[in-house]
Design a protein around this ligand. Structure first.
Ligand code: XMP
Length: 519
């Protein structure tokens, strides 16, 4: 369903790994936007979407290659403000009569500095301290501007770093204003949306009202079941849907046997204690652990789990008298990372269980009221709905649970060892008052045994890795800088208290290039 009650911005995605960050920067200024892949966007789509402005993202292709992606040509005659980023710039120039070249040593990757050439509205607040730091990532470059365009900023390797045709409100830049390494990039986008007349009407209060109206319209008087995992997303989705349709909603908490220590009790206590939402506790650990036993391929694990979740939900849809809808706490990054549009360059990183694993035979329709939100926005919505801070502030926990923290073969004993090690680690984090500084922390049990010595005996047990990251929305992350004392103390505790582990490592990979989970 198209929501046209807000000012809307359309991002046409050419497959850049950082397209989602454009949406993040815009959301921070309360701008409603959606990302759609270039090959799903034609002139009719744009007219139906009714955007107030359009952004063309970056992407890995070269406009010089045959059949490389383009924007619909009609877009440029619709009278809309357009901003092209990197590949988006090159597409604009190419489609509007300019020229793009490759080579000549003009590729740029990483930090660069842009010098001003002339002033214009998007540069309000820029160039105060002289040159501006920006982040470049391009092989090709614009070599001739399209008619009507002028240069407003240059960098050593990008003579056309900032260009615009102010008459038509077309802007085209070579760098990426959406990444943190362009420190004033958010302001650049804000200037663009100000110029396009956005009022910044995208707030959580407004979102809540819209979402409730949409849920009522979608569901009518039918019954809905909601998979509750205990994580923030599904909890917020459940409370929101309950506010919309009351007891037409039944929550199903599926205990997969892949939960953390004490998790099931905590979730049940929190929901039964605070909310009057009908809740089924489905203990399905035998089903899940049985199916996963011996599986080692990450995507296979995810697909098995996704399928079993649906089996369980379908069983309970019947048991509540025929639910026609299944509600899930799917987030925007889940949707985007799982999409690999045909002919498009964006690759499937992981099949998030609530998207990629869904078997096609499922005969319930999905209700996914958080589909347009990033993680931190879900937390804001949770607060808006009155969920306790202790709950809203919980670290994220993935639907597939401990299964994706057990790289290699899954066995019940390994999951049990992992659960115990994770509990010790979390206890350490809480004891040291670090829980709220860390975005997500967990242990992964590694598929390798190593030799150790305890007392006078040789041990031959599993190694584990501690993971802790800081992040805003899980899209990018840095490892958390624990002190050596903390790490030493935690390693000693895990080895002493958890039988089956004799070696502890700390994972210091950021995202990218790593992901947060190990699978
Ligand atoms: P990655 O590992 O992709 O994770 O960097 C980003 C965030 O998403 C969580 N995650 C999932 N959440 N179902 C979920 O509900 C999933 O299949 C899934 N896979 C990863 C992960 O824990 C992190 O917070």
């Amino acid at each position: 369903m198209t929501d046209t009650s807000h000012d809307r911005l359309l991002i046409i995605d050419f497959g850049s790994q950082v397209t989602q960050l454009i949406a993040r920067r815009l959301r921070e200024s309360n701008i409603y936007c959606e990302i759609h892949p270039y090959n799903k966007v034609d002139a009719a789509f744009i007219r139906d979407f009714t955007p107030r402005a359009v952004i063309l993202s970056g992407g890995p292709a070269s406009v010089l290659h045959e059949n490389s992606p383009r924007a619909p040509q009609e877009l440029f005659d619709m009278g809309l403000p357009i901003l092209g980023i990197c590949y988006g710039q090159q597409v604009m120039m190419e489609q509007l009569g300019g020229k793009v070249d490759s080579g000549d040593g003009t590729a740029e990757f990483g930090r660069a500095y842009v010098s001003p050439k002339a002033d214009m509205p998007l540069l309000k607040g820029w160039f105060k301290g002289g040159d501006e730091q920006v982040w470049m990532s391009h092989g090709d470059h614009v070599s001739k501007l399209a008619d009507g365009f002028k240069v407003y900023g240059t960098s050593p390797n990008a003579p056309f770093a900032i260009t615009a045709d102010l008459k038509r409100n077309f802007f085209a830049v070579q760098f990426h204003p959406e990444v943190h390494h362009t420190p004033n990039g958010a302001l650049f986008y804000k200037n663009f949306t100000d110029l396009a007349g956005f009022t910044g009407d995208w707030t959580m209060g407004a979102y809540r009202e819209d979402a409730i109206a949409k849920i009522r319209e979608q569901v009518g008087s039918e019954k809905v079941i909601c998979g509750l995992s205990g994580g923030v997303d599904s909890s917020v989705a459940a409370v929101l849907i309950h506010e919309a349709i009351g007891d037409q909603l039944t929550c199903v908490f599926v205990d997969t046997g892949l939960m953390r220590m004490g998790e099931s009790d905590e979730v049940l206590k929190m929901f039964r204690g605070n909310y009057n939402i009908p809740l089924i506790h489905a203990d399905e650990s035998e089903l899940f652990l049985g199916a996963l036993d011996g599986q080692s391929d990450p995507e296979t694990k995810r697909k098995i789990i996704g399928k079993l979740f649906i089996d369980v939900f379908e069983k309970h849809a019947k048991s509540v008298g025929g639910a026609k809808f299944l509600a899930q706490g799917t987030l925007y990054p889940d949707v985007i990372e799982s999409v690999s549009f045909s002919g498009g360059p964006s690759v499937t990183i992981k099949s998030h269980h609530n998207v990629g694993g869904l078997p096609e035979r499922m005969d319930m329709a999905l209700v996914e009221p958080l589909r347009e939100l990033f993680k931190d926005e879900v937390r804001d919505l949770g607060r808006e709905l009155g969920l306790p801070d202790s709950f809203v502030g919980r670290h994220p926990f993935p639907g597939p649970g401990l299964a994706i923290r057990c790289p290699g073969e899954i066995t019940r004993p390994k999951i049990e060892i992992l659960r115990k090690a994770d509990a010790v680690y979390m206890d350490q984090i809480r004891k040291h008052g670090l829980y709220d500084d860390i975005w997500q922390a967990f242990v992964a049990i590694l598929p390798v045994r190593t030799v150790g010595v305890m007392g006078d005996s040789r041990t031959y047990d599993f190694a584990c890795a501690l993971r802790a990251v800081t992040s805003v929305d899980g899209m990018t992350a840095d490892y958390y800088p624990f002190t050596h004392e903390f790490l030493g103390e935690t390693a000693t505790r895990i080895i002493n208290e958890v039988e089956g582990i004799n070696r502890v490592t700390y994972d210091i990979t950021s995202k990218p290039p790593g992901t947060i989970e190990w699978e």
